[in-house]
Unconditional design. Sequence first.
Length: 276
Amino acid sequence: MRTWLITGASRGFGTLIAQQALAAGDAVIATARNPEDIEARLGQHPNLLAVRLDVTREAQAHEAVAAGIKRFGRIDVLVNNAGFGVLGAVEETSASETERLFATNVFGLLNVSRAVLPHMRRQRSGHVINISSLGGYQAYVGWGVYGATKFAVEGISEAMHQELAPLGIKVTVVEPGFFRTDFLDEQSLLKTALELPDYAATVGVMRNFAEAANHAQPGDPAKLAEALLTLANAANPPQRLALGSDALARIETKHRAVEQELVEWKALSLSTDFAQ
């Protein structure tokens, strides 16, 4: 029996992943700001420990991990899932909106990882799964600052992958496209307080798209949760895992554009070395 620690487990992907892990016979340390919400969704289960955790508070992260270790003895899979979005142009996103977003999506992930990794290092085993986004691989109009948090998660995950592999710990960053969760609802997505008319033709269009796409996204959240179980069961999991046809298409398109630009500007790129 493995033990999972899942952040943001009171709804969305977090709840569904916890359900899949429990159904597989694993133990789950499910965390959220209000653990009562976890129990309301998942019920009582002998292999479930619902723990209070605001990921922006590092001391709380260590307390949650300690409670999980006391109950189950180990942590085998960490799913850094907690996060939210901000929709607005980069210029429209205020300093306070930006700081709050990074506090959860980036610094929160680091807080929880620092609390869990000492236990995985002692075990010389474990799997860290960081939930990023297609927006962490391909930037979008209106999602610049949110995407920046996920680009940070991508970079952190790449480094962790290299640092932890010699210690027997696997790291995968997951890049979902648009899935039919509550992400586009007000509880998960904030719109910037400032909306400038000059961005009406770009970010304004994206705001309208987000409203129309809510609960009409192509991705099936239940299938994502199943995919996470497959990922956790893999003997040699990938460093990156894109989920959803839209994510795959966007990543392939970006790769072609980057390759084309590299070729076009190759001479200038090479011109900056010292002469041999």
